[in-house]
Design a protein around this ligand. Structure first.
Ligand code: COI
Length: 460
């Protein structure tokens, strides 16, 4: 059915009305498959009872709502793993990934033509369309062998999609001015949030499969409190996260600024025993980015002092606060605050006084690991003691491989996307001429569903 629609559309598509937006969209002579595919997706047909019903494959998948998960569900499900649970997980992934990708494809189709045909955005569209097509065609998973095939496809896509973040970021920056910046940011927030969600589902399934296949695994055996269940770290210690990120950030600052430049200490105070279930790479991404900004700001400000090389810069203070339902991190620095001109664009992917520079810097980062374990390389921080799944061993790799002065303009907005994804929040207070306080709130119980819809908070 899909290919027939595609063939018909290919012949027709010259000048057409935007079926989705209801506004005129000029479709050029069909030279590239994605444009034809887009037209094909938008076919619909009047049913015998007079109502419109979808006929394209994409429409069918867009009609399916995502089935959100919580960290607790992931833990409960994976706690006593059996073959039949692994197969259920496989079928959840098999149907959930294409449904979630379909919604994003539809979002892309609804962008103005000039935006969706931007080469970077178009490449992301193609990647997503191919992934959608691969997953939707998979038959029900019935055996462990079927599951292995699914896992190969997942691995292939996880790797292939490493280029998505810089591509999206460049596309969005290039399209600034062609569309309302708030709408562009909303689009970006939603697409990134959805990407996180898909990678969580996919990586969780790979981890469960890895656990199941391990020679030490006995089906149905319960895991201990300090373990990972798949990708979920059951008892993520706030203090350990900060310590590890501080170590990585300090090493990075030292290698970028040189061994003689004084680096601020990172002090940790407050509820040092606070812990919560979380995906370690997510919290490390956020805390790593916040510490990275703070440490670099303090270094740069301190360098302006006449006695810079002989004096000690003020420390970055991290306060941990454990409340009934939340753990809150306050990261305070005395790096001089955020320049007034940058404040309105702090959370924007698409706009800001440094847009041209950001675009240039992004060009230097062809692949970017957002969840940081994505790159799957060894990290030097010795986290073997965590008994983490293989992927976790590399969680700080993108932090350690990107110089802090290479500003991509992604760190803060992406950190907020991560924080909000598991129903947390991230706010910044800048004290002009003094420093910044960042407040990161994490849900402590893991009982909140993933937040797939971009909240209004991002409009402010
Ligand atoms: C992504 O990284 O954007 C994905 O959707 C990956 C998924 C298809 C496994």
């Amino acid at each position: 059915m899909f290919s027939t629609a595609l063939r018909k559309t290919s012949k027709r598509c010259r000048l057409s009305r935007g079926a989705v937006l209801g506004r005129a969209v000029i479709i050029p002579e069909c030279t590239s498959p994605p444009v034809c595919q887009r037209r094909a997706h938008q076919q619909s047909r009047r049913a015998s009872n007079g109502t419109w019903r979808p006929v394209s494959v994409l429409d069918e998948w867009v009609a399916r709502e995502a089935r959100p998960i919580s960290l607790r569900q992931l833990m409960v499900f994976g706690r006593s793993l059996t073959e039949s649970r692994l197969i259920s997980s496989a079928n959840y992934v098999r149907t959930e990934l294409p449904a979630r990708i379909a919604h994003r494809l539809r979002d892309m189709q609804q962008l103005p033509y000039v935006v969706v045909t931007n080469p970077h955005i178009n490449e992301v569209y193609d990647l997503y369309y191919n992934a959608f097509d691969q997953f939707r065609k998979l038959k029900e998973i019935k055996t462990l062998e079927d599951n292995e095939k699914l896992c190969d496809i997942i691995r292939h896509n996880l790797k292939g999609h490493l280029t998505v973040i810089p591509k999206l970021a460049m596309g969005i920056l290039e399209c600034g001015g062609l569309m309302d910046p708030q709408d562009l940011d909303k689009f970006m927030n939603t697409i990134l949030r959805s990407r996180i969600s898909r990678r969580v589902i996919a990586e969780q399934h790979l981890s469960l499969t890895e656990t199941f296949n391990s020679p030490y695994f006995s089906p149905g055996a319960k895991l201990s409190e300090s373990d990972f269940i798949g990708e979920v770290f059951i008892k993520c210690s706030a203090r350990d996260v900060i310590t590890r990120c501080a170590k990585a950030v300090t090493a990075l600052a030292r290698s970028t600024n040189g061994p003689d430049v004084p680096i601020p200490e990172v002090n940790i105070v407050g509820h040092l025993d606070a812990s919560f279930p979380y995906i370690l790479s997510h919290i490390e991404y956020i805390v790593g980015e916040l510490l990275r900004n703070s440490v670099q700001a303090v270094i740069e400000r301190h360098q302006k002092q006449p006695d810079a090389m002989s004096s000690v810069p003020p420390p970055v203070e991290v306060t941990i606060c454990e409340a009934q339902e939340h753990v809150i991190f306050r990261i305070s620095d005395r790096g001089g605050g955020i320049p007034r001109a940058e404040l309105p664009y702090l959370w924007s992917f698409s706009k800001g006084p440094q847009s041209a520079k950001r675009l240039e810097n992004l060009g230097q980062v062809p692949r970017m690991a957002a969840t940081m374990q994505e790159l799957h390389v060894e990290d030097e921080l010795g986290r073997a003691d965590l008994k983490a799944p293989a992927a976790y061993q590399s969680s700080l790799s993108s932090l350690t491989s990107r110089p802090p002065n290479l500003r991509l303009g992604m760190g803060l907005p992406l950190s907020r996307v991560y924080a909000e994804y598991w129903a947390g929040s991230l706010h910044l207070h800048s004290l002009e001429g003094y420093g910044v306080d960042a407040f990161l709130q994490i849900s402590r119980l893991g009982n909140k569903n993933e937040q797939l819809v971009t909240r209004a908070s991002m409009d402010s």
